[in-house]
Design a protein around this ligand. Structure first.
Ligand code: IMP
Ligand code: MG
Length: 198
């Protein structure tokens, strides 16, 4: 399939200042991760746990790149962004449906920034005593890490800048772009203006 371009997405995609990873690069890396994790978890029937909503796109592609039997479940958390200065305040708003005790669990994230969200989720999951617990993240922003994040599988590193696309949003927008890029300054400004005018 031919790669989709910014032009095909109309006005809202022009808010992307610079593409960091193309659709092709992302798909290629996700397939590699799927092959690697399948080999590591052969015969273990792993349970992949994703956190809504940003991970949806990555998880869907990763699952289809995996070639072993597996199960999938979701949690949802609410966390305040670092900008609100209430770092680390994370709350579970949707718990697991499948019991994870004794299971080989792979926690799948879209992006790890400070690591505070991950830290909270891992602590919560460990209470249920999984047989093993590893972390797979598509993107890692190591620059602003406040707490150690034990990442076993990683797609790409990101600079310390706000990115959107492939599941990642800015105020719920841009998730459906198949590539990942930096949001142009005017898009932040437009959003601030909309807020002021209600
Ligand atoms: P942390 O607790 O600081 O590691 O925050 C991680 C969460 O913040 C991620 O799961 C995302 O939901 C969100 N996040 C961090 N950086 C970005 C970004 O550049 N774009 C979109 N969401 C982000
Ligand atoms: Mg997330």
């Amino acid at each position: 399939m031919a790669q989709r371009t910014v032009q095909e997405y109309g006005a809202f995609a022009r808010d992307i200042g610079q593409i960091l990873y193309t659709e092709e690069q992302i798909q290629q890396r996700v397939r590699e991760l799927g092959v690697q994790i399948s080999a590591d978890y052969e015969g273990k029937n792993p349970l992949l746990v994703g956190v809504l909503k940003g991970v949806l796109f990555f998880l869907a592609d990763l699952l289809r790149a995996m070639t072993i039997p597996l199960e999938v479940d979701f949690i949802a958390v609410s966390s305040f962004s670092p900008q609100t200065r209430q770092q680390g305040y994370v709350r579970m708003i949707k718990d697991l449906d499948i019991p994870i005790g004794g299971r080989h669990v792979i926690f799948v994230e879209d992006v790890i920034d400070t690591g505070l969200t991950l830290n909270y989720i891992l602590r919560t999951l460990r209470v249920h005593k999984p047989a093993s617990l590893e972390v797979c993240t598509l993107f890692d922003k190591p620059a602003k890490r406040l707490i150690d994040a034990p990442v076993k599988y990683k797609g790409f590193d990101l600079p310390d800048q706000y990115v959107v696309g492939y599941g990642l949003d800015y105020r719920e927008k841009y998730r459906n772009l198949p590539f990942v890029g930096l949001l142009a300054a005017h898009a932040f400004k437009d959003a601030a203006q909309e807020e002021r005018s209600g």
